[in-house]
Ligand binder design. Structure first.
Ligand SMILES: Cc1cc2nc3c(=O)[nH]c(=O)nc-3n(C[C@H](O)[C@H](O)[C@H](O)COP(=O)(O)O)c2cc1C
Length: 221
């Protein structure tokens, strides 16, 4: 641990974990050096997906899917679809984070809101109808897919890093080609492709970040 991050609630026992989370997000990198001989085990893969699924989502609709490619021949195809990004093959695991463009989990999720006593039947029905209708708009549906799935992707990146793995997000790929190759239905779009695997070495130093004084705007832009 390089430094202690104040949490404001230092008497809560589990707060001791918070510095680990801060440390993870401060040291996460997009990696290109993977160990081509090491594999990602199934248990870790499932843990990564479980952590990704803890991301926040609009009405908890969880409008995402994770399509994993580990077969060598299929990885070669993914490398081609990712314009020759070789680190995808070296990582050994490619995960396409997919977003729903329609609120197709709404029946189940609004039942859960109601069963948990968080909405009464009328409110659940009304909110469900509103969200289904809102995401029927083409632009809203696409925004909905990208926003929610991007948050899940970031969870996955941080979880991979915290587990000592390397993970790189990519949008440098043929979107239509990968959707077809992986058999996405019409109401799902590729949001971000991740290469994930055991590290094969150090990454170059991180490029500079824009400073807080430049990007923080108080009250208005
Ligand atoms: C939306 C998005 C698209 C990206 N696309 C690619 C990509 O196609 N290939 C790649 O190697 N890295 C890609 N990256 C990784 C960025 O280059 C990287 O996040 C950035 O240089 C900052 O470095 P860091 O993640 O190590 O802090 C992408 C990152 C994001 C967020």
């Amino acid at each position: 641990m390089s430094q202690q991050i104040p949490t404001g609630e230092s008497d809560v026992a589990h707060d001791a974990k918070f510095p680990d989370a801060i440390e993870a997000l401060r040291t996460r990198r997009s990696g290109h050096n993977f160990d081509p001989d090491a594999e990602l085990d199934d248990e870790t893969l499932e843990s990564l997906i479980r952590d990704a699924a803890l991301a926040p989502s609009s009405y908890n609709l969880q409008p995402w899917e994770f399509v994993v490619v580990q077969d060598d021949d299929r990885l070669d195809e993914v490398v081609d679809l990712a314009y020759g990004q070789e680190h995808v093959r070296e990582a050994g695991t490619a995960i396409l984070v997919v977003g729903h463009t329609e609120a197709k989990t709404a029946d189940r999720v609004f039942d859960e809101w109601e069963e948990a006593g968080r909405m009464d039947e009328a409110a659940a029905e009304q909110t469900k109808a509103q969200s289904v209708e809102m995401y029927e708009d083409e632009r809203m549906g696409r925004d909905y897919a990208i926003r929610n799935a991007s948050l899940a992707a970031q969870n996955l990146l941080l979880s991979a890093h915290a587990r000592g793995l390397k993970a790189t997000p990519m949008i440098g790929f043929d979107q239509e080609g990968i959707a077809e190759f992986l058999g996405l239905p019409d109401d799902e779009i590729p949001v971000v492709l991740l290469s994930v695997g055991p590290s094969g070495g150090e990454e170059p130093e991180r490029l500079p970040r824009r400073g807080v004084e430049e990007i923080l705007h108080r009250e208005s832009r």
